[in-house]
Ligand binder design. Structure first.
Ligand code: SIN
Length: 312
């Protein structure tokens, strides 16, 4: 792992706010793209001293433990990757007992990502996670392409609103809704989420994709299809962030192939209040801090005022 650079001075001061939660800056991780517990084991307290993100979003948890999809689970594309992970996790009880105490030691606010196989299950998760002091915000993953029910909920504005209405009374903590790019009108889904009580939206999750075994022509991934992420989807993500930001007043967390401060600035110019780094962390686990530093050096004049990049 390359050395993680020191946070910028402005980042140390904690000058940024997201849904009323004070952060040192606007760069989060995409859920499931950085294993902070494994990284702590590998790098010890150095990870805490130079943590790559300004808030940490956990891997999505479900009520019951899940094994995830059969291998292979990853396929590298020329400008990204397709994953078919299938949300393996310890389930709510396992997460609370084992992972939460470790994640609570991170030096940044914790966002816990949850997915329910139905509205009642989602509500139980939100209630149980939301009451924990260690948790600052929750992200509702209604967009995983590798688990049927998740995507169905988030692809439809009415379904998304029903889910929000069901879970909103369960917690006073900020609820971020993670949107899918695999929807006819992500702006309509975002607007429905906002009307039903969401505090922020994050987008994009991965685009549905497929890879074939070079010799057999059969699907390569154990789950047959997967979700494409990385630079390959950045232009699509940018357009969707702009479209969503024009439809809602709540903060938009933009992601999709961000690999530099300039890319992050583009998402903010398109209307994002904060950004998340995902696939780039697989290549460079310190990418979050590098991108935050590059972004700070661009000295952005305002939320929508950054100069656009030239496609680097
Ligand atoms: C997965 O575990 O399959 C990826 C998570 C997601 O796409 O939401």
């Amino acid at each position: 792992m390359p050395a993680i650079p020191d946070p910028t001075p402005s980042a140390r001061q904690g000058t940024f706010e997201l849904c009323g939660v004070s952060l040192r800056g606007p760069v989060l991780n995409g859920s499931g793209t950085f294993d902070a517990i494994a990284a702590r084991r590998a790098f010890g307290d150095a990870l805490l001293e130079r943590f790559p993100f300004d808030a940490f979003v956990s891997k999505t948890i479900t009520l019951e433990p899940r094994q995830g999809n059969a291998p292979p689970r990853l396929w590298e594309t020329p400008a990204g990757m397709i994953n078919s992970i299938g949300l393996p996790n310890k389930g709510l009880d396992g997460f609370l007992a084992t992972d939460l105490p470790e994640l609570a030691q991170l030096p940044v606010p914790l966002v816990v990502s949850v997915m329910g196989l139905g509205r009642d299950e989602l509500a139980r998760l939100v209630g149980a996670v939301g009451e924990r002091d260690e948790v600052s915000m929750l992200e509702l993953n209604v967009s995983c392409p590798n688990v049927e029910t998740g995507l169905i909920m988030g692809a439809d504005p009415a379904e998304t609103a029903l889910a929000l209405e069901r879970v909103r009374p369960e917690t006073a903590k900020p609820l971020i809704v993670k949107l899918t790019p695999n929807a006819t009108d992500p702006g309509a889904v975002a607007a429905a989420a906002e009307s039903a009580g969401a505090d922020a939206v994050s987008l994009v999750n991965t685009l549905k994709g497929m890879a074939l075994h070079p010799e057999t022509g059969e699907p390569w991934l154990g789950g047959r299809t997967g979700g494409l992420s990385g630079p390959a989807i950045r232009a699509i993500a940018l357009e969707q962030v702009a479209a969503v930001a024009s439809r809602v007043e709540i903060p938009v967390i933009g992601m999709g192939g961000i690999a530099s401060g300039r890319h992050a600035a583009d998402f903010m110019a398109a209307g994002a209040s904060a950004v998340a780094v995902g696939t780039e962390s697989f290549r460079d686990p310190a990418a979050g801090r590098r991108i935050a530093t590059e972004l700070a050096e661009l000295s952005l004049p305002g939320r929508r005022g950054a100069t656009p990049s030239r496609g680097v």
